[in-house]
Ligand binder design. Structure first.
Ligand code: ZN
Length: 330
C-alpha cells in the first residue's frame, strides 16, 4: 500500500510526493515520485484537483502548476485543497495518454489495487486517502493527441435530478463555454464511479486537445478552477473574472448515434470547426488515401443533427478512431 510523507491533516501549505516503488530494467530500486500538494486552513469544504490523468492533456498540469506556485495564497483558503498536477506522472513525463511503465490508463484503473500495477497502486491511494478527504473532485481532462474538444465540462445524468443538479452547479461555477450532459453509463473502472460510490461529487472537463494547450484553453481552465473553489466557499469570493466566451451552450449526448467513427485508416479533413451546427447525413469531412491512386476521398457524414463539439485531434486516423461527436442542442 502506498503512502506519503506529506501530512494531509496538517494545517498550512505543504508539498511532497507519493513514492511508488518502480523496479525497472534500468534501475532496481527506483521510485516514481507523484507530486502532491495540500493547502489547508481551518475547517471547511474540501476539494481535490487532478491534472494529468492522461499524460497528453496539458491544461490541467499547467493551470495547477500556476495555482500551487504563486497564484494560491494560504490566507485566502478556508478548508482544504489537495492538488495532484501530474496524476499519472509517468504518462505526463512521457507525453502519452497511458503510462509507459505498465500501459495503465489512470481513468480505467479505479478503484485501484494495492498489489496491482503502478497505475493501479496510485489509483488505490487516491481511492483510500484522497477521495475520502474531499467533498468535490475536479478531474481536468482534455482531448489529448487524438481528440479536439470545444472546451467543455461534462455532467453525467445521476440517479436523481437533485444529484444531477449538484454536478450542474459545479459546471456552472466552472463556466466553460460549453456544458455537455451525458446520458450514458460510465465505465465501472473510471474515477467518476468511485467518487460517486463514496457519495462525493466529481466534475470532469474536456478543455481542448490535439496535444496542445492554448492561451484560450488555459485561461478557461484557470478561471474554472477558481470558480469552483469560490462556489464551494474554499476561496473568498473574488471580483468577477471576465468570461472568456460570451456564448454559453448546453448539449446532450445520449448514445452511440452521436459519434462518427472512421471506417478506414487515412488522413482526415474536417470541414467544420468545433462549435458548428451540422445536420444528420451532412458531409462533415473527408477521408483521404494519399498513398493510393485508385481511391478518391471518402465522405464522412454526421450521424445526428446538432453541434459538432469534438473532432479528430490529428490528421492521420486509424479505422475505429472517433472523427466527430455531435451533441443535441438542449
Ligand atoms: Zn483524459
Amino acid at each position: 500500500m502506498l503512502s506519503t510523507a506529506l501530512d494531509l491533516d496538517a494545517e498550512g501549505f505543504h508539498a511532497g510526493y507519493i513514492d511508488v516503488p518502480a523496479s525497472l530494467n534500468h534501475s532496481a530500486w527506483a521510485n516514481l515520485r507523484v507530486p502532491l500538494f495540500s493547502i489547508k486552513r481551518g475547517e471547511g469544504p474540501r476539494c481535490l484537483l487532478l491534472g494529468g490523468c492522461h499524460g497528453d492533456e496539458y491544461e490541467g498540469p499547467i493551470a495547477l502548476s500556476h495555482l500551487v506556485h504563486g497564484e494560491l495564497k494560504l490566507e485566502d483558503v478556508q478548508g482544504q485543497i489537495i492538488v495532484m498536477p501530474a496524476f499519472n506522472t509517468a504518462a505526463v513525463q512521457n507525453g502519452s495518454r497511458l503510462s509507459p511503465l505498465d500501459d495503465g490508463n489512470m481513468n480505467r484503473a479505479f478503484p485501484g489495487n494495492p498489489r496491482g500495477t503502478i497505475t493501479e497502486r496510485i489509483a488505490d491511494f487516491v481511492t483510500r486517502e484522497l477521495i475520502p478527504r474531499s467533498d468535490v473532485v475536479v478531474d481536468l481532462h482534455s482531448g489529448g493527441r487524438s481528440l479536439m474538444f470545444l472546451p467543455c465540462t461534462f455532467v453525467p445524468v445521476q440517479k436523481t435530478e437533485a444529484a444531477t443538479q449538484a454536478i450542474q452547479d459545479l459546471a456552472n461555477a466552472f463556466d466553460a463555454p460549453l456544458s455537455v450532459t451525458i446520458r450514458e453509463p460510465s465505465a465501472a473502472e473510471m474515477i467518476d464511479t468511485e467518487v460517486e460510490r463514496q457519495g462525493k461529487r466529481i466534475l470532469a472537463t474536456e478543455l481542448g486537445g490535439s496535444a496542445l494547450a492554448t492561451a484560450n484553453t488555459i485561461s478557461i481552465t484557470k478561471r474554472g478552477i477558481k470558480g469552483v473553489l469560490s462556489s464551494m466557499g474554499i476561496l473568498k469570493e473574488q471580483a468577477a473574472i471576465p468570461a472568456t466566451s460570451k456564448e454559453k451552450m448546453t448539449l446532450l449526448v445520449d448514445g452511440l448515434h452521436h459519434y462518427t467513427y472512421s471506417d478506414d485508416a487515412g488522413i482526415y479533413e474536417m470541414l467544420f470547426e468545433p462549435g458548428s451546427k451540422v445536420k444528420q447525413g451532412q458531409v462533415i469531412g473527408y477521408l483521404h488515401f494519399a498513398d493510393r491512386v485508385d481511391r478518391p476521398p471518402q465522405s464522412v457524414l454526421a450521424n445526428t443533427s446538432g453541434v459538432l463539439f469534438c473532432t479528430a485531434g490529428q490528421g492521420l486516423v486509424q479505422r475505429g478512431d472517433v472523427l466527430a461527436v455531435v451533441g443535441h442542442i438542449e
